[in-house]
Design a protein around this ligand. Structure first.
Ligand code: PMP
Length: 441
C-alpha cells in the first residue's frame, strides 16, 4: 500500500504557520524518525484510527498510554456526555471526586490521601514539592532515562557519574535548579548508594518509574526496588513512584501490588511514600493525581504549608471518564486479554525478526512491549540508547505504510488495548514480516 498523505502534508504546512513546530507535544513530530509531516488523525474507533487522507491504522500508540480501552469506548463516551450535559466545571467540590478517590485507594493501598491534578507532569511536580516540604531537604535523585514530565526539576540529564550533579536537559532551566537533581542509572543500587553517600543529607526523595516505560519497557532487577526503598528510608528520604504509565496498565492496580514483578518480591518492602498517577486514570481526558501517606499529604494546602492548586482539577468530565474507564478495567478477563494479545504480538514479532536475521530485543510486560534493534538485553538507559535508531526509523515508516501506527520514537512502548483483536495482531505480524524482509535487504 502506498500511503496517501497529501492532506496530512498540507495540514502540517498550515500547522507550522500557527503552532510551534506544528505540534502540541514534541513527541508527536516525526523528528526522531527522519522528519517530515506527522500523520494528522481525524477519527478513532476501537483499535483503529483514520487520518485526514482516509487511511486506516491499527493503533499501538494508544495516545502514549491512556487509550487502554481503545478509542471512543461506549461506556466512557456515555460518561463524558452525561458529565458535559450537567456542566463541565463548577469550581466546587463534587461527590464524583470522592467516588473516584475511593476507587483509587482501593486499588492502590499506599494511598491514604489523594489530590487530583490535570496531567502527569503536575502530579510529579507536586509530589516533589510535598517531599521537600515534609523533609525540609532540597535535592532529589532520579534515574537516567526515566521521564517524569516537563517540569524544571525532572528535565535534567545525568552528570558524568553518579556523584555529580545534573545538567539541564532543556534550555530555560537554571543550572541552579539542575543542581538540585542527581541522576543515577536504573537498576544500579551501587550508584544509588554512592549518590546518597555524597548528597544524602540533602536528598528529599528518590523518584523512580518502578517499572520503566520511557526507554522501552524495563523491569526492575530482583531486589532493586527493595534496595532502593531501604537505602532511601535509611537516609531519611522519601520514595516517590511515578506510576503515570504503569498504574492500571498491567493489572487493576499499580506496580506496588503487581504479581508480575520478579519472583520473591517483598511487597511490604517496596511500598512508596508518594505516588504520581495520570494517563489511564483519565479514560482519555486530561488528568493526573498524586497521593500517599496521610502525614506526608498533610503538608498540602489547605491543611499544610505546601501550596498546590488547580482551576480544572477534579473536573467532572475527567473524573467521570476515569471512573468509567476503571469500571471497564475491573471486568473479569480484561488484563488476561491484554496480556494474551501482547504475548501473541511478541511471539510473532520475534519469529519474523529471527526469520529475516534482524537483531531485535523485545521487552514485554503484559500488554505493553518495546522493540529494540540490538542484540543485547535492555535493562537500563545506556543499553536502550545503544540500539539502532536508523533501523527503528525505517521499521516505523514501513509499518506506517502498512497501516500500523507505532510511536515515532525507539524509546516508546507499543500498547495493546481491549479493542485489538487476534486478527489485528495477525495483520500486524504479517506487516512486520514484510518490514523486516525489506530491512534485511
Ligand atoms: N511520568 C511518566 C512516567 C510519563 O510517562 C509521563 C508522560 N509520558 C509523565 C510523567 C508526564 O505526563 P503528562 O504528559 O500527562 O504531563
Amino acid at each position: 500500500m502506498t500511503l496517501q498523505k497529501q492532506r496530512s502534508e498540507s495540514l502540517y504546512k498550515e500547522a507550522l504557520e500557527h503552532i510551534v513546530g506544528g505540534v502540541n507535544s514534541p513527541s508527536r513530530s516525526f523528528k526522531a524518525v527522519g522528519g517530515g509531516a506527522p500523520v494528522f488523525m481525524k477519527r478513532g474507533q476501537g483499535a483503529y484510527f483514520w487520518d485526514e487522507d482516509g487511511n486506516r491504522y491499527i493503533d499501538y500508540l494508544a495516545a502514549y498510554g491512556p487509550i487502554i480501552l481503545g478509542h471512543a469506548h461506549p461506556h466512557v463516551t456515555a460518561a463524558i456526555c452525561r458529565a458535559a450535559e450537567n456542566g463541565t466545571l463548577y469550581g466546587t467540590p463534587t461527590e464524583l471526586e470522592i467516588e473516584f478517590a475511593r476507587m483509587l485507594k482501593e486499588a492502590i493501598p499506599s494511598l491514604d490521601k489523594v489530590r487530583f491534578v490535570n496531567s502527569g507532569t503536575e502530579a510529579v511536580m507536586s509530589t516533589i514539592r510535598v517531599a521537600r516540604a515534609y523533609t525540609g531537604r532540597n535535592k532529589i535523585i532520579k534515574f537516567a532515562g526515566c521521564y517524569h514530565g516537563h517540569s524544571d526539576l525532572v528535565l535534567v540529564a545525568a552528570g558524568s557519574g553518579p556523584s555529580t550533579l545534573g545538567i539541564p536537559d532543556s534550555a530555560g532551566i537554571p543550572v541552579s535548579i539542575a543542581h538540585e537533581v542527581i541522576t543515577v542509572p536504573y537498576n544500579d543500587l551501587g550508584a544509588l548508594d554512592e549518590a546518597l553517600a555524597r548528597w544524602g543529607s540533602d536528598v528529599a526523595a528518590v523518584m523512580v518509574e518502578p517499572v520503566v516505560g520511557n526507554f522501552g519497557m524495563v523491569m526492575p532487577k530482583p531486589g532493586f526496588l527493595e534496595g532502593l526503598c531501604a537505602v532511601a528510608r535509611r537516609n531519611g528520604s522519601l520514595v516517590i513512584y511515578d506510576e503515570v504509565i504503569t498504574a492500571f496498565r498491567f493489572h487493576y492496580g499499580t506496580v506496588q501490588n503487581f504479581d508480575g514483578l520478579p519472583s520473591g518480591t517483598d511487597f511490604a518492602a517496596i511500598e512508596p511514600d508518594l505516588t504520581a498517577l495520570g494517563k489511564i486514570i483519565g479514560g482519555g481526558l486530561p488528568i493526573g493525581a498524586y497521593g500517599g501517606r496521610k502525614d506526608i499529604m498533610a503538608q498540602v494546602a489547605p491543611l499544610g504549608p505546601a501550596y498546590q492548586a488547580g482551576t480544572m482539577a477534579g473536573n467532572p468530565a475527567s473524573i467521570s471518564a476515569g471512573i468509567a474507564c476503571l469500571q471497564v478495567l475491573q471486568e473479569p478477563g480484561t488484563y488476561a486479554r491484554l496480556d494474551k494479545l501482547g504475548a501473541v504480538l511478541e511471539a510473532g514479532l520475534a519469529d519474523a525478526a529471527r526469520k529475516h536475521g534482524v537483531a531485535l530485543t523485545i521487552n514485554r510486560i503484559r500488554g505493553a512491549l518495546s522493540t529494540h534493534f540490538c542484540d543485547h538485553p535492555v535493562t537500563n538507559y545506556d543499553e536502550a540508547q545503544n540500539t539502532d535508531s536508523e533501523q527503528f526509523a525505517l521499521f516505523f515508516r514501513l509499518m506506517l505504510e502498512e497501516g500500523i501506527c507505532l510511536a515515532p520514537s525507539k524509546y516508546e512502548a507499543w500498547f495493546t488495548t481491549i479493542a485489538h483483536t487476534e486478527d489485528d495482531i495477525a495483520v500486524t505480524v504479517e506487516a512486520a514480516d514484510r518490514a523486516f524482509a525489506a530491512m534485511a535487504h
